[in-house]
Design a protein around this ligand. Sequence first.
Ligand code: GTP
Ligand code: MG
Length: 202
Amino acid sequence: MEPRFLTSAADKKGFLRPEKPVIAVSGRSNVGKSSFINMLAGQKRLARTSSEPGRTRLVNYFDFGAFVLADLPGYGYARVSQTEKAKWARLLEDFFSPACMPAHVFALADIRHAPSADDLTMIEFLYAMRVPFTIVATKADKLAKTRRIPAARALAAAFRTGEGNVLVTSAQEGIGRERALLLAAEICARAAEGAAEEEEEE
Ligand SMILES: Nc1nc2c(ncn2[C@@H]2O[C@H](COP(=O)(O)OP(=O)(O)OP(=O)(O)O)[C@@H](O)[C@H]2O)c(=O)[nH]1
Ligand SMILES: [Mg+2]
């Protein structure tokens, strides 16, 4: 099926709890979350890109057939009040609650930059919540080819994860699409195994 937009949620009342696994996409504002989702979908305008800031405070859900993608609101936006930041933290805490815990997180980081304090806090939060994640290094087209692997390695080290846990991507050039979709398929297979085991235990 063609991936399609499902719904937006402003708070926990709106969060989906679908039968299929949810994969969340996190990262700072402007890192390329919507563009990454568009690349995965093979559609230019499924998740809008930054020209529409109104939707960025919401969790946007997309049905990819075997799984649901959740585009999380971007963090680290400079011109945001304390109240807004507190709201964002609340939203995230609610989103990562047992009732609607995602199966996996694609944590996006710009391949050109060292992680921000907010990026590191996000990953620490994922470790604390025990949510498996993959670092998705975005905008690889902005680096010369020979600099991409070293940059990905540096990101892995900064996030204290393995090199194999960093996926180099470019929404502009379509880099990393196949690997990301393959990973999503593996996540779905694992979630299905988990569900079958739970049933056996009952
Ligand atoms: N060169 C290049 N630019 C990219 C890439 N991915 C995203 N961009 C650009 O980066 C900007 C932000 O992209 P978005 O996909 O809207 O980022 P976002 O993380 O969804 O932003 P928010 O929703 O505001 O948090 C846009 O101008 C994109 O065109 C990429 O792979 N390469
Ligand atoms: Mg976006």
